[in-house]
Design a protein around this ligand. Structure first.
Ligand SMILES: [Zn+2]
Ligand SMILES: [Zn+2]
Length: 182
């Protein structure tokens, strides 16, 4: 288990763990849209994992209106790109109504112990649920997905009020899912 500590501004296409910036995606990737309101989703986190690279998107068209807290609601999207997949920064779609990027790209420093920098989340371990557990079921193989990472509400990330985002993956299916609680 690693803590993810706030490590200051970074490049939009930085390869390390970060919130904000641009998603690093495979060729042919299509920017996801919200199933509920149709707006392009906002890219919130790039998280390299030992079994692939995760990219997390969340609808922020009208905060609280679409069910981005729900792993199955279609108002968020999480991807797991297999290790070795060539990844390139994806340009954000131009949409004046829905923000598609966070205001800043923030590097997240994986650490085993706190060192005074604010914690933004963590990698691995077990989910620190705020509400009842909501481990998603993998749509590919119908088994519970494995917990991969957690992100805390902060100035750029909005998961309700002092909420927490949870990333899960299914390694065999190379799928990911995201939800949040507050
Ligand atoms: Zn939406
Ligand atoms: Zn699966």
């Amino acid at each position: 288990m690693h803590l993810l500590l706030h490590d200051g501004p970074t490049a939009a296409d930085a390869p390390g763990p970060r919130t904000g910036g641009l998603p690093l995606v495979p060729a042919g990737f299509t920017w996801p849209h919200c199933d509920e309101c149709g707006s392009p989703l906002k890219f919130i986190a790039h998280l390299p994992l030992d079994h692939g690279t995760a990219a997390v998107f969340l609808c922020d068209f009208d905060p609280g209106a679409c069910s981005g807290w729900d792993a199955d609601g279609g108002a968020n999207r999480a991807y797991l790109f297999p290790p070795g997949t060539p990844l390139l920064p994806a340009p954000a779609p131009d949409d004046s109504d829905a923000p598609t990027l966070l205001p800043t790209a923030t590097a997240l420093h994986p650490a085993t112990t706190p060192d005074g920098r604010p914690g933004v989340g963590r990698l691995g371990g077990t989910p620190d649920w705020i509400q009842d557990p909501e481990t998603p079921t993998c749509p590919g193989c119908a088994t519970p997905m494995a917990f991969a990472a957690e992100l805390e509400d902060d100035t750029d990330l909005n998961f309700g009020d002092s909420g927490r985002g949870y990333l899960f993956t299914c390694r065999p299916c190379t799928r990911a899912a995201f939800l949040w609680q507050c």
